[in-house]
Design a protein around this ligand. Structure first.
Ligand SMILES: [Zn+2]
Length: 134
């Protein structure tokens, strides 16, 4: 899987992570999804309701509103973004939630290392996606 992101979206996510650090920042990603490629066209940043440094939760009302808006714009749900004040690998909690979000892509930014990584659960296995910033 290739995850394509615009530079301005990456900057927005990094700014948000910096602003709320060490709390985990979070966002929803929408765009165009095909079998092997996801192109992010809309980033919906949302507050972390838990204000936690190890987990995140987005208000379900905001999730519903973002999905409705994306639907009206003809955009697909691509996945979730969150930051870690730690390395950009899925935590045990993330792995648990990844199972609930099907084939959604999980974009993780290490707010301490500045590294961005993406993962997807595929056939029960966590696979790293290739990120292309353009
Ligand atoms: Zn996490």
């Amino acid at each position: 899987m290739i995850l394509r992101l615009h530079r301005q979206h990456v900057d927005l996510l990094k700014q948000e992570a910096k602003k709320v650090h060490p709390v985990e920042a979070c966002a929803m990603l929408f765009g165009k999804l095909s079998q092997n490629e996801a192109v992010v066209e809309k980033v919906e940043v949302a507050p972390n309701e838990l204000q936690s440094t190890v987990r995140f939760e987005i208000d379900p009302v905001k999730v519903a509103a973002a999905f409705t808006d994306a639907d009206e714009k003809g955009l697909d749900f691509i996945g979730l973004f969150h930051s870690h004040p730690a390395p950009a690998a899925p935590s045990a909690i993330d792995l648990k939630y990844m199972k609930l979000w099907g084939d959604a892509l999980w974009l993780i930014l290490s707010s301490t290392e500045g590294i961005l990584s993406a993962y997807q659960l595929s056939d029960g296995t966590v696979k790293e996606a290739t990120i292309r910033i353009e």
